[in-house]
Design a protein around this ligand. Structure first.
Ligand code: SF4
Length: 222
């Protein structure tokens, strides 16, 4: 969380996975579990970096932004200097992200300015830059355990947060011309695979599975 996005970790762990998969395939192992990947990860600088920052977010959650931030900084320096030791051990969160979702009635919606196309952009133009694509006829990689939950539970209770937290505008609540009869729409083609919906949905009703055949974001200009 204190690191910038973690893109470097995503690339390094992808490389570790590819190296271990290559070795396993070269040894004629095509279908067992790739346990060497976990071992390679634990020996890598990614694991060392993450160990140093492991208590940062739980401390913010328990002590608040200012005190939690100050104690977190202290903890990160101690952990960095001692090679992994923390006075707090390894802290846990009190509850899951899904269970932390507040009720819509307790909040006032934030009205953001419209994207100006210069320093701020709408979701769909950013999805376009990612060159996200999925084969049209592949099995759905985003499914609902109960299709009625988004409108019958999530909308009245939580304002259906999927339409807000999804960075790619995959989830929409659409209304008819009279502004009534809401329905939930999933634009799975736009999914950039952050997996937030699977983790954050307050009803734990959304199931994200790995799409078929390498579909997803491509980022050709990065
Ligand atoms: S995985 Fe991320 S991008 Fe895809 S639908 Fe879920 S929240 Fe949206």
């Amino acid at each position: 969380m204190p690191r910038i996005k973690g893109s470097h970790n995503a690339m390094k762990t992808g490389m570790l996975a590819a190296e271990q998969a290559f070795k396993a395939l070269a040894a004629g192992r095509a279908s067992d579990e790739l346990v060497e990947y976990q071992a390679a990860f634990e020996k890598s600088w990614v694991a060392k970096e993450l160990k140093v920052v492991r208590n940062a977010k739980p401390l913010l959650g328990k002590l608040g932004t200012f005190l939690g931030g100050a104690v977190g900084m202290f903890d990160m320096w101690c952990t960095h200097l001692t090679g992994g030791f923390s006075f707090f051990g390894t802290m846990k969160h009190d509850k899951t992200d899904a269970a932390s979702t507040g009720l819509a009635k307790d909040y006032t919606p934030i009205v953001y300015p419209k994207p100006d196309g210069v320093i701020s952009f709408d979701k769909l133009s950013s999805v376009f830059l990612s060159a996200t694509n999925h084969e049209e006829d592949q099995p759905a990689h985003l499914t609902l355990k109960d299709p009625s939950i988004p409108i019958s539970v999530n909308l009245p209770k939580y304002g259906e947060p999927a339409r807000l937290y999804c960075p790619a505008g995959v989830y929409e609540v659409l209304y008819n011309e009279q502004g009534t009869d809401p329905r939930f729409q999933i634009n799975a083609q736009n999914c950039v695979h952050c997996k937030t919906c699977d983790i954050k949905d307050p009803s734990q009703n959304i199931v994200w599975t790995t799409p078929e055949g390498g579909g997803g974001p491509n980022y050709p200009n990065m």
